[in-house]
Design a protein around this ligand. Structure first.
Ligand SMILES: NC(=O)c1ccc[n+]([C@@H]2O[C@H](COP(=O)([O-])OP(=O)(O)OC[C@H]3O[C@@H](n4cnc5c(N)ncnc54)[C@H](OP(=O)(O)O)[C@@H]3O)[C@@H](O)[C@H]2O)c1
Length: 288
């Protein structure tokens, strides 16, 4: 495999790049900043073409997106340029180059009325982020790609603002943390996500696959479990209803994804949330 990871400085892209290296897969990464990456902006067609010419990939992992859900709601034009149009451009380049496309999609393609959802459930996004990611997914699937739907991705990554890093940062600074108690989902450990996605690619999977952790729980309960694993008192957590948080974009509340299709393809599910949180606790101990 000769891989191009678009968004290799992000949480998922960076984790995937590390696992490609471990599996001795030849890999190129893109970012809009930083050394050692090819420059690629999804809103700039020439930079996409240029990265393909330099890397000549046979497999493209599209991890980049405008991922800030409320910023997408505030700037829907930019969200569409990046998540919809940009993905369409990448899909076109993949078709031209004969490369397979692996797209990272989301549970936000659903309205959250009746989760957890399987791959066949009817979509109905309730936010600009969800709509533009769905349009990106449709472009990826039209190009014969694999769309990996995932949720609440976390890892120990000081460069990331993922939920667990926010929790650690709030605990360290003594800040209180308001956490929604009515958003249900499947927290997904980034290294386990990356490993399952590479296994799916090795098995030539295409179409939609849900790749998420096995535990379906609300965000507050996830935070409490994280505190238990990391040795924090949960007193700084404040459970709140989503409606009280004043967020710009609507959230799917009863969301989350089912993984029977993944389990049938790979013969395994991702490990339980407690196992992954324990790994984070072990990594943190190394830094203390
Ligand atoms: N994190 C989650 O909980 C979650 C859940 C469901 C789905 N997903 C999907 O999984 C993928 C990876 O998520 P993540 O957690 O790794 O997100 P992330 O850490 O926010 O990384 C996203 C990357 O997108 C890049 N990016 C943003 N705007 C761009 C643009 N105009 N052109 C090119 N790159 C741009 C940024 O790279 P540079 O700044 O380096 O250019 C950033 O590193 C995304 O597609 C996301 O929608 C994530």
């Amino acid at each position: 495999m000769k891989a191009l990871i678009i968004g290799a400085a992000g949480q998922v892209g960076g984790t995937l790049a590390a696992q490609c290296v471990r599996r001795r897969i030849e890999v190129y990464g893109t970012s809009r900043k930083g050394q050692g990456f090819l420059y690629l902006d999804l809103a700039d067609a020439a930079s996409i073409k240029d990265s393909f010419e330099k890397a000549k990939p046979d497999t493209v992992f599209l991890c980049s997106a405008m991922t800030h859900v409320d910023n997408c709601e505030r700037d829907p034009e930019l969200a569409r340029r990046v998540n919809t149009v940009g993905t369409g451009l990448v899909a076109e380049e993949c078709s031209r180059a004969g490369a397979r496309l692996v797209y990272f999609s989301t549970e936000y393609v659903f309205d959250g009325a009746a989760g957890p959802y399987d791959e066949e459930a009817p979509v109905n996004p309730v936010s600009v982020y969800g709509r533009t990611k769905l349009e990106g997914e449709q472009a990826a699937l039209a190009a014969g790609g694999l769309s990996v739907r995932t949720t609440v991705v976390y890892s120990h990554n000081p460069a990331s603002k993922n939920f667990i890093m926010q929790l650690i940062s709030n605990h360290r600074s003594g800040a209180r943390m308001r956490v929604p108690s009515d958003q249900f989902s499947n927290p997904t450990y980034a290294p386990e996500l990356a490993s399952a996605v590479l296994d799916l690619v090795e098995k030539n999977a295409s179409g939609v696959y849900n790749v998420v952790g096995p535990d379906w729980l609300n965000r507050y309960d996830f935070a409490v479990k994280a505190c238990a694993a990391l040795g924090f008192s949960p007193d700084f957590l404040e459970p709140r209803l989503t409606a009280e948080l004043g967020q710009a974009a609507l959230r799917p509340l009863k969301a989350g994804l089912r993984t029977e299709k993944l389990a049938a393809k790979l013969g395994r599910r991702l490990p339980p949330v407690e196992d992954s949180l324990r790994k984070i606790a072990a990594i943190m101990k190394q830094y203390e």
